[in-house]
Ligand binder design. Structure first.
Ligand code: 3PG
Length: 212
């Protein structure tokens, strides 16, 4: 099992995918991998999500597949059974943090405020999602967190695009960024896999050249 730090260090961008049809999971993962992506998050926002995670973790060993949008403690078991290799929640509660510690799968809690950061620290978590990044103070808030909590490292998501990603990736407390912009839902719906690969290469190229 990889550590959270290893997973968040696999590449600069984690695509956040809301899967409408499980059948799209494998071709999508292949299109992402062809563009250089090694890890992806499937959000638990659709009925197809769990089947998609099952398919991906069984059949695409080249991709590290996480489950996102876990909003209650019982979600941990469900996605663990489906094979999720990491688990992300958009926020934190005592019960999420306790379940995350016990589940045996790398868990990345989401925080947006100083108090939530303190709660995560009290539970022993140092690798966090910052969500919704742009609405919760963006780069300025992460700089503030850096001054307050030098031990914390983040994966910001929420409102990140090609236009602002390098501002985030340039921060010393950001290991990688996540977002849905990198794979527009329309491209999945239309099965435009080559366009997915092209967009991913474009974004990774920018991340690679602009980040020191
Ligand atoms: C998430 O769950 O991380 C977010 O939905 C991603 O935010 P975005 O859609 O604004 O990229």
């Amino acid at each position: 099992m990889q550590s959270v730090k290893d997973i968040l260090s696999l590449g600069p961008i984690i695509p956040v995918i809301t899967l409408e049809k499980a059948e799209d999971a494998l071709p999508l993962a292949d299109a992402l991998a062809a563009g250089g992506i090694k890890t992806m998050e499937i959000t638990l926002r659709t009925p197809a999500a769990l089947d998609g995670i099952r398919l991906l973790t069984a059949e695409r060993k080249n991709m590290v597949v996480g489950a996102g949008t876990i909003t209650s403690a019982d979600g941990f078991d469900k996605v663990k059974q489906a094979g999720a290799q990491f688990i992300i929640s958009p926020g934190v509660t005592e019960s999420l943090l306790s379940a995350g510690k016990q589940c045996g799968v790398p868990y990345i809690p989401g925080i947006a405020t100083t108090s939530e950061a303190l709660l995560a620290i009290q539970h022993g978590f140092e690798f966090l999602k910052f969500f919704p990044a742009e609405l919760a103070g963006g780069v300025g808030m992460l700089k503030n967190f850096s001054a307050l909590f030098s031990q914390l490292k983040f994966c910001p998501t929420g409102g990140i695009t090609q236009a602002n990603m390098e501002d985030y990736l340039g921060l010393s407390n950001v290991l990688c960024i996540g977002g849905s912009w990198i794979v527009p839902a329309k491209l999945i719906k239309e099965k435009q896999w080559e366009e997915v690969t092209r967009l991913v290469k474009e974004s990774l190229g920018m991340a690679g050249t602009k980040v020191a």
